[in-house]
Ligand binder design. Structure first.
Ligand code: ADE
Length: 235
């Protein structure tokens, strides 16, 4: 029952890697997988790199090569919902690829021309566990936790106009660059997936500055939830 844990950047997995001092490292394709135990659970922890292609390939190997029977993505996101602040947490109930456009052939914005290609749900049980874990961590109170749709695309969003458009068109709470890809390959494979994101910026012109300033601190909030979640998983 290996839990696959992914983050896009070093900073997103740092708090977890610190707690796996004797981990066995194995390279596969472009990724280094850290195998060991976290909170007594066998895990494979990996940095996918940024973007949907890297995330999909990384998640696929996590399941097929490293035997992950659950996958949890932890990391940062830009806020789309105007009530979200830096340090708040969004747990995905579903994800959409906001940068997919096959509307010329009658598909909806964001819809990939394949069955179930528009909205990819996360696993309800694993997501409920993430919620419980989030509420149990001391770093956030329930008012700073949201659940709902996260948008994914191969773009770091840095404009108010784009934020308005994404909100209008896709009703997402937050935007990031990997989650929908991971959720999609997990769904195809029948492996439960959860996506947890802490807000690092508000996806406006200030986003790169905020991201640099807050990434390390905020990434730990999301990673802390994963640690708490591992304690809730049946052995
Ligand atoms: N991850 C964190 N902030 C982001 C943003 N503004 N756009 C896309 N991905 C992000």
């Amino acid at each position: 029952m290996t839990v696959g844990i992914m983050g896009a950047l070093d900073v997103e997995i740092a708090a977890l890697l610190e707690q796996m001092p004797g981990a066995h490292q194995e390279r596969h394709s472009a990724f280094t997988y850290h195998q060991g135990k976290l909170k007594g659970r066998p895990v494979a922890l990996v940095r996918s790199g940024v973007g949907k292609v890297a995330a999909a390939a990384c998640a696929q190997s996590l399941m097929d090569v490293f035997g992950a029977t659950r996958v949890v993505f932890t990391g940062l996101a830009g806020a789309l919902d105007e009530r979200l602040r830096v340090g708040d947490v969004v747990i995905a109930t579903e994800l959409v690829q906001h940068d997919v456009d096959v509307t010329a052939f009658g598909y909806a914005p964001g819809e990939v021309p394949c069955p179930g290609g528009l909205v990819v749900p996360t696993d309800p049980a694993l997501t409920a566990m993430a919620r419980q874990a989030a509420l149990q961590t001391l770093t956030i109170d329930s008012g700073r936790l949201r659940e709902g749709r996260i948008l994914t695309g191969d773009q770091f969003v840095v404009s108010r106009e784009k934020v308005f458009r994404l909100r209008e068109e896709f009703q997402g709470l937050a935007v990031e660059m990997e989650g929908a890809a991971v959720a999609q390959v997990c769904a195809w494979r029948g492996v439960p997936c959860a996506v947890i994101r802490a807000i690092s910026d508000t996806a406006d012109g200030q986003a790169p500055v905020d991201f640099r300033q807050f990434q390390a601190e905020v990434a730990r909030i999301s990673a802390g939830i994963v640690l708490e979640m591992l304690k809730l998983l049946p052995l």
